[in-house]
Design a binder for this molecule. Structure first.
Ligand SMILES: Cc1cc2nc3c(=O)[nH]c(=O)nc-3n(C[C@H](O)[C@H](O)[C@H](O)COP(=O)(O)OP(=O)(O)OC[C@H]3O[C@@H](n4cnc5c(N)ncnc54)[C@H](O)[C@@H]3O)c2cc1C
Length: 407
């Protein structure tokens, strides 16, 4: 027989479903209901990972794992000690989802289709008896004197529950946050994370599609630095090094209104001194060869041509005849290349929110609010976000599991 305890989960995304399923599985006498604003369930899971759903990362050491979270790094140690990557793998595997790991550690369903994860969550929710209502936009949350909740919808409807799990995602909207502010919760200002850099009208964008496997980039006059592959696109710069910089620097770059200077070292293995020695070696050993067609560096041909021609090097100029001044321009270009960024663009529409409910207001051993009993948080609504690689879903699974098994 069902007890009277009714748990409502606001949000039909990854965290909401994972919380609802685990809560209903653990407490078979609870009534568990998901309320979703839109008519689509698990919309982000469906489009995630380019339609393949990168659901976690094969990083089994929690100390390493937390390093992938610009926000929440310290606090997630405690969260992952309760539900971590091996638990995620076991959870999905036990429910018939075969997973695979790519060389960079990203994990996907073996089917390479996010539908596998969507179907698993929908099926498990049904099996556990979770009720789902779509088109329900919760606008007001009131805690009653007996610590139960009354929820009001945008169209005047009402719901009541004993416990509430808030899993409404990063783009919860001011209305959602205002409800929490009213009850004293601190909302760390939400700003976007994981975006690419726009460098409008710069000739380098003509090289769209060209990628370099290892660069070091920094944002001038800030502490933001990152390393890794960069991809030149028709609007500017993308690729893992750029996304990482956007994540670690999300707040600073928002303060700069996405108007800043980025400095790229296209040859991070070289110091300026080493590069000068390399140039001298080329003069001596390959003096008769044309600079334009003979690059001593592991750079794409089109990029080398772009750097040399924009340094004023003509087709026939030989290494032996390279004027010192031109060599200096080229060396500077290779290791101190500056671009003015004006604006940002999302990467394959993937982005996460930096900011949200302050971790100081949450008991991380239960995910319960420290300010409002019976209120729990899960997923991107909290002030945690990761870089790309499956880390954002891992946060959703872990926080949802903790909320579900403690409410
Ligand atoms: C295009 C894209 C691709 C991504 N790919 C990956 C990936 O491969 N790997 C990875 O780890 N991360 C990825 N991410 C990030 C990841 O999808 C999110 O971090 C994760 O989905 C967060 O889950 P959530 O349940 O907390 O929030 P959401 O998925 O945003 O779900 C919240 C739900 O709550 C609902 N809601 C909001 N307000 C209300 C309200 N007032 N009343 C009722 N319902 C409400 C929303 O409609 C939504 O359905 C991707 C993100 C995007 C945008």
């Amino acid at each position: 027989m069902k007890s009277n305890t009714h748990v409502i989960v606001i949000g039909g995304g990854a965290a909401g479903f994972f919380a609802a399923i685990n809560c209903a599985e653990k407490n078979t006498d609870y009534r568990v209901t998901i309320l979703e604003k839109t008519n689509k369930l698990l919309a982000k899971v469906r489009v995630s990972g380019g339609g393949r759903c990168n659901l976690t990362n094969a990083c089994m050491d929690n100390k390493q794992l937390v390093r992938n979270y610009p926000r929440g790094q310290k606090e997630l140690q405690s969260v992952f000690s309760r539900f971590s990557v091996p638990d995620t793998i076991e959870w999905f595997t036990k429910r018939g989802v075969k997973l695979k790991t790519e060389p960079d550690g990203r994990m996907f369903p073996e089917s390479d289709s996010s539908e596998t994860i969507v179907n698993c969550l929908l099926h498990e929710a049904e099996k556990a008896g979770v009720k789902i209502k779509t088109g329900v936009d919760i606008q007001e949350i009131t805690q009653n004197a007996d610590a139960t909740f009354t929820l009001k919808t945008a169209d005047g409807g009402e719901f009541h529950c004993d416990k509430l799990i808030l899993a409404s995602g990063g783009n919860t909207g001011e209305a959602g946050y205002n409800e929490l502010r009213k009850s004293g919760h601190t909302i760390v200002k939400p700003v976007p994370s994981l975006f690419t850099f726009n460098i409008p009208n710069h000739p380098i964008t003509q090289l769209m599609g060209v990628s370099v496997s290892d660069v070091r980039l920094r944002v001038a006059n800030t502490k933001i630095e990152s390393e890794g592959p960069v991809l030149i696109t028709h609007w500017g710069l993308s690729g893992p090094a750029v996304l990482k910089a956007s994540a670690w620097g999300a707040r600073t770059l928002s303060d700069l209104k996405y108007d800043f200077k980025v400095v790229i070292n296209w040859l991070p293995k070289y110091t300026e001194e080493k590069l000068r020695i390399e140039f001298a070696t080329q003069r001596e050993e390959n003096g008769a060869r044309a600079i334009l067609t003979h690059s001593p560096f592991e750079l794409p041909k089109r990029l080398w041509e772009f750097f040399t021609t924009s340094a004023g090097i003509t087709d026939a100029l030989r290494w032996a005849d390279l004027p010192k001044k031109t060599a200096n321009v080229l060396i500077n270009r290779l290791i101190n290349d500056e671009y003015i960024v004006k604006g940002k663009t999302t990467f394959k529409e993937e982005f996460v929110t930096c900011g949200g409910v302050s971790l100081r207001d949450i008991d991380l051993s239960t995910m319960q609010s420290k300010l409002m009993p019976n209120l729990y948080f899960a997923g991107e609504i909290i002030d945690v976000d990761g870089i790309t690689g499956g880390f954002n879903f891992q946060n959703a699974w872990s926080t949802a599991w903790i909320a579900a098994t403690n409410c």
